[in-house]
Write a new protein. Structure first.
Length: 188
């Protein structure tokens, strides 16, 4: 039942927004009582925090596997992280949109549990950029943190527009992104 509450809530939060979705809306969708909801979650915010933790922990874990693969160069790792984020839109797009849009509804206490993991994702991606700079795969005359923010900005915004069932597959979008990140759009 906890999984069903999570799944239904993610859909409702994406559709109506966190603030506009009531606990009654959630339990009505599931045909259960509020008591059932409160058996699994103390509050709607605790539910939102659980959604956030599940999403960010999953992508950090998947990113870590890419980062720790010593057989791959930095360009390959960067591509795989970008592709992982884009391909997860198919399976986790709704969770991602809730994650990015509804974080503002978490209290400082709950944010303090989310932000270190989010920062770890940034740090691991920044590590790929630093590694590539150190090995001469990437330019080293730019700030790696600014490059990391640019990559994350492009990938995270993709959750707003990218249709995994549309005419351009996720792999191709990842290739285009990597080409832009590595070579820009200059014709020379």
């Amino acid at each position: 039942m906890k999984e069903k509450i999570l799944e239904k809530s993610i859909v409702l939060f994406e559709k109506k927004g966190f603030s506009e979705t009531s606990i009654q809306d959630i339990v009505d969708e599931l045909s259960v009582t509020k008591g059932t909801f409160y058996y699994y979650f103390k509050s709607k915010e605790e539910l939102l925090m659980d959604i956030h933790l599940r999403y960010i922990n999953d992508i950090v874990h998947r990113q870590k596997e890419i980062v720790e693969d010593v057989k791959k160069d930095s360009k390959t790792k960067l591509f795989e992280v970008v592709f992982m984020l884009l391909s997860s839109i198919k399976t986790q797009g709704t969770s991602a949109r809730v994650f990015y849009r509804e974080m503002r509804n978490l209290s400082e206490e709950h944010l303090s549990q989310i932000i270190p993991t989010r920062d770890k994702f940034f740090s691991q991606l920044n590590g790929i950029i630093d590694e590539g700079m150190g090995k001469g795969e990437f330019r080293n005359d730019l700030r790696s943190d600014m490059i990391t923010f640019a990559v994350l900005g492009a990938c995270n915004w993709s959750y707003q527009w990218f249709n995994p069932n549309g005419p351009v597959p996720d792999y191709e979008v990842a290739e285009i992104y990597l080409e832009i990140f590595l070579n820009g759009i200059n014709a020379e």
